[in-house]
Design a protein. Structure first.
Length: 312
């Protein structure tokens, strides 16, 4: 599943190419699961996005969405939804990539891509194609609501509005507004393995198996160490190590092991060659030469070096 560096790579691709452009047309969905959470189906999606100018491409953890400029339009006879905190703002166009979702930039008139589920044709004849082989991802529009802390919702926006339903997604290690004291408190109060806590998107978002293993290795902490046994200094070291690994991964466009994750031009990420432990169980550690160990923690595998990760 794409993690923060992969989703951020896509966000930057789209931000550089789509801001200020208008969605001119929307195709029919070629697979029903793509819109399984869209209220009102394809008709509502069409009404929410066609004719809208893209003003921001935003990411929080592994979630991606587009903000639009202008005033929300309502069909004749529809009353304002007073439960929506920002009723005059167009809803956000949200993408969850799941296991294999891709957002590809193509020529609007080009043939459909393999596993293409939706196509948004833009005002300059370019198009954004949503592809998804395994169909765990989805596309939908959601109204925006104020962030709980009053800070900008994520990377790519200065607005403190988050799509409704994403309130449980915590900030990530690259977010300057991450509440470190809250993270420390969540770790201190838990006897679960530190890797399990890193994967909890309600504590700190954007981290999956790849960058959890790599961050733990970089911080010299074994994945099965109880989170509550770590000092605040160790937790800080761990979070910064994960952030540094992710910044490094962004330089390579993320990590690809197959053709499921590619950037917006169909190119894979090249960070796999830089991995120290993930996917390398039994192979020699790049640092000390000893074979890497693999264990299962709460149903998720973890690879580590018992010599280079002494904290247990």
């Amino acid at each position: 599943m794409p993690e923060l560096p992969e989703v951020e790579t896509i966000r930057r691709n789209l931000e550089a190419n789509l801001l200020g452009k208008t969605i001119a047309t929307l195709s029919e969905s070629t697979y029903p699961r793509t819109l399984r959470y869209q209220v009102g189906g394809i008709d509502r999606l069409h009404r929410d996005v066609v004719g809208r100018e893209i003003s921001a491409v935003v990411r929080r953890g592994k979630f991606l969405w587009m903000e639009f400029s202008g005033i929300a339009q309502r069909p004749s006879g529809e009353t304002e939804n007073t439960e929506v905190p920002e009723p005059d703002s167009p809803p956000a166009l949200c993408f969850h990539l799941g296991m294999s979702g891709q957002l590809r930039l193509v020529e609007g008139a080009s043939p459909g891509l393999r596993h293409e589920r939706l196509r948004f044709t833009l005002s300059d004849s370019q198009a954004l194609a949503y592809c998804d082989q395994r169909t765990f991802g989805h596309v939908e529009t959601r109204p925006l609501a104020p962030t709980a802390d009053g800070y900008p919702a994520g990377a790519g926006t200065t607005r403190a509005f988050l799509p409704v339903g994403l309130e449980h997604i915590a900030r990530d290690v690259l977010d300057p507004y991450l509440d470190l004291e809250r993270v420390f408190a969540k770790f201190r109060s838990s006897r679960r393995a530190v890797k399990t806590k890193l994967l909890d998107q309600g504590i700190v978002s954007g981290i999956g198996n790849i960058y959890a293993d790599e961050g733990l290795f970089a911080s010299r902490i074994r994945p099965f160490t109880p989170a509550g046994d770590l000092s605040q200094r160790e937790v800080s070291r761990l979070l910064e190590a994960v952030a540094e690994v992710m910044r490094h991964a962004l330089e390579f466009g993320g990590t690809s092991f197959d053709k499921l994750y590619v950037n917006s031009w169909g190119n894979p990420g090249d960070f796999a060659s830089e991995l120290n432990v993930y996917g390398r169980a039994g192979k020699p550690c790049h640092h000390c030469g000893k074979p890497l160990d693999k264990i299962v923690i709460d149903g998720r595998s973890a690879v580590f070096c018992s010599h280079c990760e002494p904290t247990a």
